[in-house]
Design a protein around this ligand. Sequence first.
Ligand code: XMP
Length: 516
Amino acid sequence: MNDYRKAGILVVDFGSQYVQLIARRIRELHVHSEVCPPELAVKKIKELEPKGIIFSGGPSSVYDTNSPRIEKSILKSGIPILGICYGMQLIGQLAGGKILKSGKKEYGRTVVSFKTTNPLFKGLSGSGVTWMSHCDKVEVLPKGFEIIAGSGNTRAAAFCDIANKIYGVQFHPEVVHTVGGSKILRNFIFNIAAAEKNWTMKSFIENKIQEISKVVGEDKVILGLSGGVDSTVSAVLLKEAIGDKLRCIFVDNGLLRKGERERVKELFERNIKLPLTVIKAEKIFLDALKGVTDPERKRKIIGHTFIRVFEKAAKSTKGVKYLAQGTLYPDVIESQSFYGGPSKVIKSHHNVGGLPKKMGLKLVEPLRELFKDEVREVGKELGLSSEITDRQPFPGPGLAVRIISDLTKKRLEILREADWIIIDIAKKTGVYGETWQIFGVLLPVKSVGVMGDMRTYENVLAIRAVTSVDGMTADWAKVPYHVLGEMSNRIINEVEGVNRVVFDVSSKPPSTIEWE
Ligand code: XMP
């Protein structure tokens, strides 16, 4: 069996919003890619023996004192390097060139002409549309480098030191707007770096199973199962790796949708053929959340409470040392900042940023490098039914982040009933399968209505529906008016406490999918 993590591409993250996209593009070519912050690059190179390295873009300027840096020795490692945007400027500076603020900024669509005899641009036509987003540019080339592309505004839109296989592009080949971008990445990955095609879902599964059994050894693992595709796929991988040393636990935190506990237990035991222990912890969670309105505090309290419940459960079974979770790459990315600044922490996903600092259990997270759609593929490869792989995501903090105020049993009940109607109609009309998520959000707003000649003063409920590939970006779903109308009509008629329904028409960014 080959080790799919070896002979791939290491992506060094300098703070780019596109870093996950780069990793993803590489995996789509069946090559393994891993993302690391610059300070871990040397260590990761030793561990992974990558065939190539990509330096991502980033928001900093190389001449700023606090801009992210990297060991200069990496340029001399003999491993082919491709720098993108900030990555190119950093290469330029480290190799002895000069980077200056650009007189004219270049954002978005920019036509670039390429030297097509260069291996990076092989197969491209002489010029094409690229996607730029930069304020700085390479003004003086380092010794040994030549210009291989230019735009109207940027003389060195790409450069290379061909002898040492070091390349830099000022534009972003990873975004779909750059015509021929995937060809450029392919040229670098296969023709220049000679990376190996080790990454397939099958090799990922084989390696993960082996890795888990090696790490866990004779110890036992409890797995926090939510019933979603991530934790279910994690459960199957663990079952294959450690058999009956796995104990799956479903925590009813009181923040679930209508009938969820029973539905998940039945679905899991029928499909996965493993027993599922249900822990009823509604009171613990609701007590801890009493009076809390701040979204980050809610998330942290929920993350901590989950761990306390799991730790207690672990104590009742001898030999449990690990907690398995279905954490995904976007959970990690949105919950933490590589550079310690608060600006990049979008929200603390309960299973990453919401974890307490001190934990009595070690974590096993087999899906930590993947995006949701990749996990769905792993699930299919493992033989899971579409009943599981096509389930819409439901966040760990559940309805708590969909009630935009403090939680009460009454508010939870209202949202539960409204959400049930939304899902029911979405499934009947096919909207469920066409959206990434569709759900209700209870707003902290009351409005006046009239029902049966009587004045009402009740809650407003929002319908949120989005389309997305991986949850990192999303567009509001164009749900047909008649479907929205049916939802609104039934909610107002059937759910006591709601007299107005609105539809959320915001994309991510600048909004997020969940309201909190
Ligand atoms: P946002 O709201 O960040 O959501 O645009 C992106 C995707 O992640 C889900 N989500 C979570 N999932 N724990 C989870 O397991 C969390 O804390 C969490 N927060 C958001 C969300 O439902 C969407 O699919």
